[in-house]
Write a protein that binds this ligand. Structure first.
Ligand code: PXG
Ligand code: PLP
Length: 441
């Protein structure tokens, strides 16, 4: 990997997403190439990728099978209309995905991002009850601190105040159960926290308030990523599942981060044992190479729509780029890479080593909690008085100076390396982080 690229002479036009634009443009951090576990910065440094891009490059960078599949596909069939037409790769990818999805989730709907997967799932849930003759079930329940992308449905069921407060009244008919973060009882837990399963009972409170007959679905992240890596307490997800079953409420797992190997199995049900009714995914589906998302549903949900005259559209929803051929090729190349290299279960094998390395940071200045599961880790820092987020953001800038890419949210450092990470690279990552933390104000 060697790339020499001249910096564009004008950074003004591009309004950057979820970025401190003015700070960035003052001191830009440009990536110009990537290979395996490393990015290359514009000044020629090799930067260890501690975040798999944005939790998406699970197969690592510059992977030959994915490159080859994309190159071949774009030359052969660049685009096919997504509505009322098909192409072979989209059916092939759907079948392969349903081979690794939990039973009985044997149908998949394609989108272009996690946010679109979430909108699709919420609409499917409401429409499902309607086609079953239960049209009063329209309410959606999310969870405090949840992240479900940035579209209106997603921020409505989401629970991160900065993502919501600027955008008016959002969707009506939405409520939230409590989040599960509890440092007092669970600080420095390795793996799943022992305390908090009872927080699932908060759903009963909302059922008592709204009546189950008005509730379509509950959406949660099995492991809440964006909000700072909150693991589900032992027994929590099963309790949610039981309450949903009792009241006929659909359970949606947002697996945009937890899908495709991050937790040590293909999807969270493989490691936590709780199967939802609908599952939203994106990111690792194509290892970040081409935007793509997928919504998995149980047979019963899919089949409920397959009624009425056969020439009529069953579900009035879809995107111009649903199942784009080049994205499908990237997905097939990615699944092949995962299969050949055993990446979907690698986080289970490496988990104990990762956990020990991460928890070795306990005791460093400002560290108030450390959390982990699979190949995910979080280090929560005590916020600077009067300047929340500043301490973690400084750690991010310092780590980048020292050739390591980390991610921060609030005052939490989140780590999620590509699943090809080697032990020596885990050592490098935590070596640099320890140095950075020792020197933080
Ligand atoms: N649901 C979940 C659970 C997510 O984590 C989305 C939906 C939205 O996906 P798209 O593809 O529309 O961005 C996400 C995305 C971070 C970070 O650093 C997390 C996400 C995206 C970017 C950064 O925490 N999650
Ligand atoms: N806006 C307009 C005017 C459109 O015509 C379309 C699609 O045809 C869209 C939005 C939706 O775009 P997409 O299908 O890429 O989500």
């Amino acid at each position: 990997m060697s790339q020499s690229v001249t910096r564009p002479n004008n950074l003004n036009a591009f309004w950057m997403p979820f970025t401190a634009n003015r700070q960035f443009k003052e001191t830009p951090r440009m990536l110009v190439a990537a290979d395996g576990m490393y990015y290359q910065s514009e000044d020629g440094r090799q930067i260890l990728d501690g975040t798999a891009g944005l939790w998406c490059c699970n197969a690592g960078h510059g992977r030959p099978k994915i490159i080859e599949a994309v190159q071949k596909q774009v030359a052969e069939l660049d685009y096919a209309p997504a509505f009322q037409m098909g192409h072979p790769k989209v059916f092939e990818l759907a079948s392969e995905l349903c081979e690794i999805s939990p039973e009985p989730m044997n149908h998949v709907f394609f989108t272009n991002s996690g946010s679109e997967s979430v909108e699709t799932a919420l609409k499917m849930a409401i429409a499902y009850h309607r086609v079953k003759g239960d049209a009063s079930r329209t309410r959606l329940i999310g969870r405090e601190r949840g992240y479900h992308g940035v579209n209106f449905g997603g921020i409505s069921v989401g629970g991160i105040v900065s993502n919501r407060k600027h955008f008016g009244t959002l969707l009506g008919g939405v409520d939230h159960i409590r989040h599960t973060h509890d440092i007092e009882r669970n600080a420095f837990t390795r793996g799943l926290p022992q305390h908090g399963a009872e927080l699932a009972d908060d759903l009963e409170r909302l059922v008592a308030l709204h009546d189950a007959s008005t509730i379509a679905a509950v959406i949660v992240e099995p492991m809440a990523g964006s909000t700072g890596v909150l693991m589900p307490p032992v027994g929590y997800l099963q309790r949610l599942r039981d309450i949903c079953d009792k009241h006929g409420i659909l359970l949606i797992f947002d697996e945009v981060i937890t899908g495709f190997g991050r937790m040590g199995g293909a999807f969270s049900p493989d490691v936590f044992g709780v199967v939802p009714d609908i599952m939203t995914t994106a990111k690792g589906l194509t290892s970040g190479v081409i935007p793509m998302g997928a919504v998995f549903v149980r047979d019963e949900i899919h089949d409920a729509f397959m009624t009425g005259p056969e020439h009529l559209i069953e579900f009035f929803h879809g995107y111009t780029y649903s199942g784009n051929p080049v994205a499908c090729a990237a997905g097939l190349g990615t699944l092949e890479t995962y299969r050949e290299e055993g990446l979907l279960t690698r986080a289970t094998e490496l988990g104990p080593y990762w956990e020990d390395a991460l928890h070795s940071l306990k005791g460093l200045p400002h560290v108030i909690d450390i959390r982990n599961f699979g190949l995910i880790g979080a280090i929560e820092l005590e916020p600077m008085p009067g300047a929340p987020t500043k301490r973690a953001f400084t750690a991010f800038l310092e780590a980048f100076e020292r050739n390591v890419l980390i991610r921060t949210t609030g005052d939490i450092i989140a780590l999620s390396p590509p699943l090809i990470v080697e032990k020596s690279q885990i050592d490098d990552l935590f070596g640099v982080l320890a140095d950075v933390l020792k020197n933080l104000d």
